[in-house]
Every structure is written in C-alpha cells, then in structure tokens.
Design a protein around this ligand. Structure first.
Ligand code: 5AD
Ligand code: SF4
Ligand code: FES
Length: 353
C-alpha cells in the first residue's frame, strides 16, 4: 500500500511538524506505518527479539510522581527490598533461562547507597562477565552515575516522561523538574552509557503537541533505547479516575519511532501487554525488538505495582520465559540470547543476514 507521508518518513527519518501531527492523529496511515516499520526493523535487526531480565529490586520510592502506584504518597503500597544475594539469585535463574542483560529497576530508594549499587553491579559483572547490566533507578547526581559506570554498569534507562514543560509540571510534584531530568540524561550519555529515554502514551493532559515535542526531544537526545507504554491508572494515585492510554496510539507511536530511529532498541512493554491481551505481540509487529520479562521473585511481584492489573505477577520466571517465547514466535520473530547492544546510529552498514 502506497502512503506518501510514510514513505517519506522511512526515507528521511524525519517529517515536518504538520506531517508528524497528521501521522500521530490519524488512523489512516496505520497499516502503511506498521508495514514500513516492520520492514525497517528487519533490515536492521532481522527477526531477532532481545530479552532483558527485569529485576524490580525495590518498591520504595521517595518521589511522588502523580501517575505512579509506587509514589511515596501511596501509604497503601506494599514495600519490599531485595538483598544483594536475592538479586544475584535472580540473575542466576535468568542466566539459566538465557538472559544476557539484567535490568535492575527500582523506585528512588535512598536505602541503596552508591556503594551498594556499585557492589551489586560489580558482583553481577564478575559472576556473569558476558552479560550487560542496565540500571533504572532514577535521577541521581552525575557523580553517582560515574561511579556506577566505573563499577561496570553498561546501560541506563530513564524515561524523560514528557518533553513539554507544562505537561511535565502537571504529572510531577513541584520538587521535580524537567531540567534536572534532562541534565541526568545528558550526563548519562556523556559518561558513556547506552541510554534509554521514553514516555507514557495517553497520560493525563497529553496532547498531540506533547507527543510531537517528545519526538523532537528524542531526535535531539539520540538515545540508544526508547521505552514507551500506555498510561494505566492506579487506584491509589491522584490519577485514579483518569482514562488509560490506548494500544492503538501506542502501536502507532512505536512504528513512528522505528522509522525515525531505525537502529534503536525498542521494547514492547508490559504495560502494552496489560491493556491488550496480545499487546506485546502487536508491539513487535509494529517495530519493537525488545521484551523485558520479569525475573523478580514471585513473592514480591505483585508488590511492584506501578499501575493496576499488571500482567506476569503470578508466574515464575521460567513460566514467563516459555510464555514469551511462544508469543514472540506467534508474532513471527525469534527470541535471541545475546547481549543485544545497540547498532550505532552512525553505522552505514546494515544487517548481513
Ligand atoms: N502507567 C504506565 N506507566 C507508568 N509508569 C509509571 N506509572 C505508570 C502508569 N500508571 C512508567 C513511567 C516510569 C516507568 C518506570 O513506568 O514512565 O518511567
Ligand atoms: Fe518513583 Fe519512578 Fe514511580 Fe516516580 S515513576 S514515583 S520516581 S517509581
Ligand atoms: Fe509472563 Fe506470559 S510473559 S506469563
């Protein structure tokens, strides 16, 4: 199917603001978008889907983001922390299941000092030298990021959440600022991390202009990974009555992102799998090439409740692994077990396969 705007986006990896707005708003281009995005992901990554073992190691958070179930203000949240030994046991299990990236994710929890984070990172790298360690533990001073990097951390995920300052202020309390978030992302890049940014789709007060700003911000930042997923309301937050984001718009944005950033590592997120029964499969077909199965101990899984009705909270890591493998295959792709580092933006050479 011919679609001029989609063809142009594929060719130039960019469009005018007006054309991007049109793509974001109108379902008319969806089919062409998905087809083009899948073609581009296959040029760059073949049918490979990279697996990241996600370890949600603390549900404590000192921040108070209005959308998140782990916010400090949620007194009903169940809190837990994993010890270094428990984290290493998760990695052990993950390694057995074929994962070669471990993502340590948590709320902003001052209990874990920089020394502890460095110790945990170094221990994982020592025990599993062929694995990448990704940290996702929020906003920190540059110095802390430098220490984690020296301890062996390879990658860092920190979604920018929204690139529109007014929108940012409506999603966050006054003590959080878009400027500091951007400072963190700049520092992480300068230090040498592979960096992941991203945003929620359909968050309260989000407009097409916000999404356009997100795309422009990502062009400026040039991240290696981009995490997006639908906003899903959590009943113990100020946004409990807000509408969820949709799978439709999330899929559309995944395809747009694949065409704008052909090389990027793009997860098909658990949030997408939560709002739609085959959300993650559809995400892969729309251009995503990463999935991040949960490796946390089953006893704590339902306590890491960022949003309501999260999937995969009742199953063991091995069950998720098998379930995912089948889902990836049913979508027409292949789960691989290598580290899956980013294919660099500047490289002119594409996949040989
Ligand atoms: N719905 C969907 N995603 C959420 N996040 C936080 N709260 C929600 C929610 N209610 C996302 C944020 C954060 C990431 C860890 O999870 O984008 O960066
Ligand atoms: Fe904490 Fe992250 Fe949730 Fe914000 S989004 S409250 S920083 S866990
Ligand atoms: Fe976790 Fe299906 S991927 S149960």
């Amino acid at each position: 199917m011919k679609d001029r705007i989609v063809d142009k986006l594929r060719q130039y990896r960019d469009l005018s603001d007006a054309q991007l707005r049109e793509l974001i708003k109108s379902p008319a281009h969806d089919e062409a978008l998905m087809q083009a995005a899948d073609a581009v992901r296959r040029e760059w990554y073949g049918d490979k889907v990279y697996l990241r073992g996600l370890i949600e190691f603390t549900s404590y958070c000192k921040q108070n983001c209005l959308y998140c179930g782990l916010r400090a203000g949620n007194k009903r949240a169940q809190r837990y922390r994993l010890s270094e030994e428990e984290i290493l046991a998760c990695c052990e299990e993950g390694y057995r299941l074929g994962y070669r990236t471990f993502v340590l994710q948590g709320g902003e929890d001052p209990y874990y000092t920089d020394e502890m984070i460095c110790g945990i990172t170094a221990a994982i790298k020592e025990r599993f030298p062929d694995c990448a360690v990704t940290l996702s533990i929020g906003e920190k001073p540059r110095e802390s990021y430098e220490r984690y990097y020296r301890a062996g951390a390879d990658r860092y995920l920190l979604r920018h959440e929204t690139a529109d300052p007014v929108h940012y202020a409506r999603l966050h309390p006054d003590n959080m600022s878009m400027e500091n978030r951007r400072r963190c992302l700049r520092d992480l890049k300068e230090i040498g991390y592979q960096v992941g940014a991203g945003f929620m789709v359909g968050s309260p007060y989000q407009t097409t202009e916000c999404l356009l700003a997100d795309l422009r911000f990502l062009q400026e930042l040039q991240p290696d990974m981009i995490g997006i997923g639908p906003f899903i309301s959590h009943k113990e937050t100020p946004f409990k009555d807000e509408k969820n984001g949709t799978a439709e718009l999330t899929l559309r944005l995944l395809s747009i992102l694949r065409l704008m950033f052909p090389y990027v590592l793009l997860p098909s997120t658990t949030a997408l799998g939560t709002i739609h029964p085959s959300g993650r499969e559809l995400g892969l077909k729309a251009g995503a090439n990463v999935v991040m199965p949960n490796l946390s101990p089953v006893q704590v899984r339902d306590k890491y409740a960022i949003y309501d009705n999260k999937i995969c909270t009742g199953e063991e890591s091995a069950q998720c692994r098998g379930c995912l493998e089948r889902r990836i295959e049913s979508a027409g792709y292949r789960a691989v077990t290598d580290r899956g580092d980013v294919r660099r933006a500047k490289s002119a050479v594409k996949m040989e396969e």
